[in-house]
Design a protein around this ligand. Structure first.
Ligand SMILES: [Zn+2]
Length: 272
């Protein structure tokens, strides 16, 4: 079983993919030809970036405007002790480059906002590894307008969640029409998270991204996965497209410029 698009080194490196009927040389070639943007090089981004790079995703964007702090290291395993004070995008890019020379790594030291969101145009799949509602809504809206899938993940103490938003499925706003008021939901800086929890959820996000790229399995479309690290129980809750959704509904927005993404938490889309 050979494929001319994979060289001998690649057939060796990806042999456990190539040998599988559901991936094979064609699936591997698709991964090498794909581009994924991981937004957030923190707890969720760490495993997502490393598994996507190891799997041979050909182009990997890393968007983060933060710098590594010592308090990140308990869970953000893409960074090491020597990286404290460095830009996260740069530190993560270095780790990922060491994992796999096949991967073109593109660090973007930027916060994704309405003015920088055009970055998404260069990618096939977006992994939302952010930690705030502003970014989640913005990525949802911008990706939807571009017809791109988003793999969402979120964590809090012992609990995590994941879902996958594809262009013809329900979107994040169908699931959560409005963000909680500022102060209602604690943010990551104020609360704790079990160090390994983002490892689990970020790995699920990488799983979903790979499935989308090779078109295999059943992604978490219209399903929200809840994971409780305390009990190791999971629950999958179905959700549907909301015809009145301000983004993917019948009168959806035409541009993220129409949406106010300011404020800490509370975000409302106004389609008018
Ligand atoms: Zn929607």
């Amino acid at each position: 079983m050979t494929d001319l698009s994979l060289d001998a080194t690649q057939l060796d490196r990806y042999s456990r993919h190539v040998v599988m009927e559901r991936v094979g040389p064609a699936g591997q070639a698709a991964l090498l030809d794909a581009a994924v943007l991981v937004v957030g090089a923190g707890g969720l981004g760490s495993p997502a970036l490393q598994y996507l790079a190891a799997a041979g995703v050909g182009r990997l964007g890393i968007a983060d405007d933060d710098t590594v702090e010592r308090s990140n290291l308990q869970r953000q395993i893409v960074h090491g002790d020597d990286d404290v004070g460095r830009p996260k995008a740069e530190s993560a890019a270095e780790t990922v480059r060491e994992l796999n020379p096949d991967v073109a790594v593109e660090p973007h030291e930027t916060r994704i906002g309405p003015e920088t969101v055009d970055l998404l145009d260069d990618y096939d799949v977006v992994v939302d590894a952010t930690d705030n509602f502003r970014s989640r809504y913005l990525l949802n809206d911008a990706a939807r307008l571009r017809g791109l899938p988003v793999v969402h993940g979120a964590i809090y103490e012992f609990e995590g969640q994941a879902t996958t938003l594809v262009p013809d499925g329900p979107c994040y706003r169908c699931l959560f029409p409005s963000a909680p008021n500022p102060g209602e939901v604690p943010n990551c800086a104020e609360t704790g998270v079990l160090g390994v929890l983002p490892g689990t959820i970020g790995s699920i996000q990488a799983t979903e991204a790979l499935k989308l790229l090779i078109d295999e399995g059943e992604p978490l479309v219209g399903r929200l996965l809840f994971y409780d690290a305390a009990t190791l129980e999971t629950e999958t809750v179905p959700y549907e497209r909301d015809p009145d959704c301000p983004v993917c509904g019948d009168d959806g927005i035409e541009s993220v410029a129409a949406v106010d993404y300011e404020g800490d938490c509370r975000i409302e889309a106004d389609p008018r």
